[in-house]
Design a binder for this molecule. Sequence first.
Ligand code: AHR
Length: 505
Amino acid sequence: MPLRIDPTATIGRINPALHGQFIEYLGECIDGGIWVGPDADVPHTGGIRQGVLDALIELAPPVLRWPGGCYADTYHWRDGIGDRATRPTTFNENFGTYELDDHAFGTDEYLRLCEAIGAEPWINVNMMTGTPAEARDWMEYVNRDSGTDLAEQRAANGHPAPYGVRFWGIGNEPWGGGGTMTPASYTDAYRAFASAMPRFTGSVFETPAAYPIASGPDGNKPRERVAWTREFLRSLTSFRQPPIAGYDLHFYNWNIDHEDDTPTRFDQAGWDRVIASSLELEEVIVEQWGLIQEGLANVPQPESSLDTRLEHLDLIVGEWGNWHRDAFFVRPALRQQVTMRDAITTALSLDILQRHADKVSIACNAQTVNVLNSLILTDGDATILTPNYDVFLMYKAHRGATALATERVDPASGAHVFASVAEDGAVLVNLTNPSMTEPVEVELEFVTPMRLERIETLASDEPTRHNTAEQPDAVRRVATMLDGAAARTHTLRLAAGSVNVVRAV
Ligand code: AHR
């Protein structure tokens, strides 16, 4: 049976924010990676490493989350503004980073980076060791247009215009490193932080632009995540609801139980295992979305027309990616190489997020540079683009496209499938062959005749191959223009262990 692609079988618009990124001061993500400082010999713009900046400008991630992660929960924003020479030095213990933190990359450096690459900022406030007052002041510093001391301080620091940050995360993983809270204790804290947010509106009847994001569950704990979300929604919706727009679950594809398996040394079993376990994200999304709808259905009707009723809550996957065992033991902390095994799980995770475009609003890969599921690695002066970077670039055309319902896996070939109709009307078909050793053939069938215009392929004839400073293009995508005729069916051969994006017009 051919694999049928029907452009009328629509699911919903793919919010570009599903292609978000996440940066945090862990290992060398920021210090030494993105941030080299204005005195560096490495080429840079205003202290941002040029290689990273150029790569991010080309990728244009729609969202960039910062400062964490767990780092956010010990981060005091005032340490990172103003003259860098007078910023305090603290010690960063998060996730084995164990480095002095001179706070050189702070709020203004981050927000300027967002401006330079066209990303919408998502700032996570410190809920564990910070206060609602500190978080409120941060919002004032960033978003108040003028007149107040904090707005003037921002202007004096070089940015007279308010930054207009909408996305504010409140807490991070409160069930674990973010406070070992219960859903009820987190909800109580959330209520205080969210209620303290400035409104920045001209009238009490105007809806604030702010998009407050609550922490969701640990997506890797099947029992706990159900209980957490049920209980969170119950405590959030009994009595009046605080401002809330998004609910941020985290899901890592853990590969930590096999000592001999490293990011660049694995066998067929390790390849298959890591690819198979990445698919659990789909189940988590469907389950959590259902629990949110269940919780919203129970919100009591308000007793007065002045009260609002929470009707909707966006599901967010604020951290996702592969986490290999070695990341716990290496220095710089959490640095992982990236092979086709990771590129395939990155592609399949994006397929899942896009297929659930009607359920998920924002998602961030963890993390962009030198940490975990990296798109970019740095090594001395060198900036290396990993195969994950290629996947994100290949998938860029899906941003704003309309997701289509298709088979998830082509029964005939075993290839994983995702399709969308791009904003220009072209049909984009992702075909990922998860077999480490065997090429496969896929027979595509369109409803009306279509011409295959182009195929981009990311593959390697050696599954453990990876890009390094010496061989930066060892694994790189290849685009091929096709000149066949329009037809309803087309047969494509997919290389072993490959990610492919076909454009049909
Ligand atoms: O991405 C690394 C860490 O993983 C983050 O700081 C934390 O939120 C998660 O546990």
